[in-house]
Structures are given as structure tokens and as C-alpha cells.
Design a protein around this ligand. Sequence first.
Ligand SMILES: C[S@@+](CC[C@H](N)C(=O)[O-])C[C@H]1O[C@@H](n2cnc3c(N)ncnc32)[C@H](O)[C@@H]1O
Length: 255
Amino acid sequence: MAQKEQLGSDGLVARDSGAWAKEKLYYLERYLDIVSVGMKKKWALYYVDLFAGPGKCRIRGSNEEFDGSPLIALKFNFTKYVFVESDEECYQALKARVKARAPEKDVEILAGDCNDVIDRVKVPSAGLGLAFVDPTGLSPLIFDTIRKLAQNRKVDLVINFHEGMGIRMNLGQYTKSAASALDRFMGSSRWKERYKQSLKSFDQACSEIAKEYLGNLQSLGYLAFDSDRVPVRTDKNTLLYYLLFASKHPRGNDL
Ligand SMILES: C[S@@+](CC[C@H](N)C(=O)[O-])C[C@H]1O[C@@H](n2cnc3c(N)ncnc32)[C@H](O)[C@@H]1O
């Protein structure tokens, strides 16, 4: 059962967030706006959210609340939405909020671990998709899930790449472990080679790992570049994560 301070004003569970979550969602909303306006005449657009959350966020220690990614996406005219959420309470809250906010829209909400239910994500085969992949840290996401999502689909990706707390803070552990969360997130342990070659500078080593990830996305057919990522930092200017934008089409990257 959620603590009272984790409830939104509608009485349903809300995600306890730092102020930076607003910045992350600001970028997502702008991207959805640009893409949904720019592409809607050419494509049936769909939206996938693999780590959907309960639909509302609340700034830790305050009463300020705002829409989470699935409710933001509902503001735009996608022909189909698929949301995945593994936490039962968040799943129930999201279901209730979607019903209240947009009962007329075609929304499928899958309960479970997105790595397990990815094969159940059904979207229009000829459509163009946008997928938001927003795990809390590295460990909830394996690369094979991105591979399955992208297979035989035109789906652009916005991935929360946890370089700060996820990689920088735990890199020492990841280098010692034979099969770490970073290996699963990256899809292999090849990053270790790049890491070893760039050991003179910690920043360089982290940047090489990010490049390896972009390379892994490229191997799935994505145009994924260093320049197509935006940093999200704490109010003390500490890097938390990057939002990576990747498309299989040059026009997607332009947007
Ligand atoms: C960072 S939050 C997502 C926030 C959401 N994108 C938003 O903007 O409001 C991550 C969410 O994913 C859920 N989650 C964690 N592991 C998951 C998994 N393996 N599959 C699906 N959902 C997962 C958590 O319960 C949490 O609600």
C-alpha cells in the first residue's frame, strides 16, 4: 500500500520524483509535439512506453504534481498506445487515470516486466512508432528488449541512458563482475574493451561506453549519434542521465 505522501491529489499512487523529472518530460513532450505534427500526414503514428509509471509524478517533499509520460503522450493524436508497467499499484493507478483522461483512445496497458512482455507489444505493422524507454537505473532493462522492440518496425526511440548514477557511480563494480547489469543493459561485455583502452581518463571511459551503446543501436539499424542526446542534471549540476534520441530515418534524427 502506498504511503499517503506518495498519493496524488486524485487519491491514486503518484511517482515520487526529483525536480529534474520535469525537465526530462519537457524534452519528451516537445519531441512528441514535433514528431506528431511533422509526421501525422504520412504515417499512422503509435506510442509505446515500456516503463510507464502510474501516470502522475509528485515532487518529493512538496504538493507539486505533474503528468507522467503516458498521460503526456495522451495529449497527442497517436492512433494506438501501449504502456507497460510492472508494479501492480502503479499499473492500477495508470489504468484508472487513462480511463478518466482519455476513455475514447486506443490504449493497451500491459502489466509486467517489459523484458518479459515485449513480445506482446502489438502495434500497427505499417505505422511509425515512438517509444519512450525510461527505466529507473540500468538494471531493469536488457538490450534484447530494445532489439525485439525495433525488429521489423519503424520505431523511433527516446531512451533514458543512466550515465550518471547508473554507470559512473557503479563502474568499478561493473568492471569486476563477469555478468553485470551493465552487460545486460548494453547487450554484451564489449564495453569492457573500450573501457580498458580509455582508462587514462574516467570521463573518456564513460564516454566510450556511451559510444558503444550508440554503436549497438546502430547495429539494429538506427542512426544514433553522440549529438542526438541531451543531458539531464540535478540542481547541483550533477549529471543524472542522457535522453538518447534515435531513429532509423534521417528525418527522425533531424526532428
Ligand atoms: C522512472 S519510472 C517511469 C516514469 C514514467 N516514464 C514517467 O515519466 O512518469 C520507471 C517505472 O517503471 C516501472 N518498472 C520498473 N521495472 C520495470 C520493468 N522491468 N518493466 C516495466 N516496468 C518497470 C517502475 O515501477 C516505475 O513505475
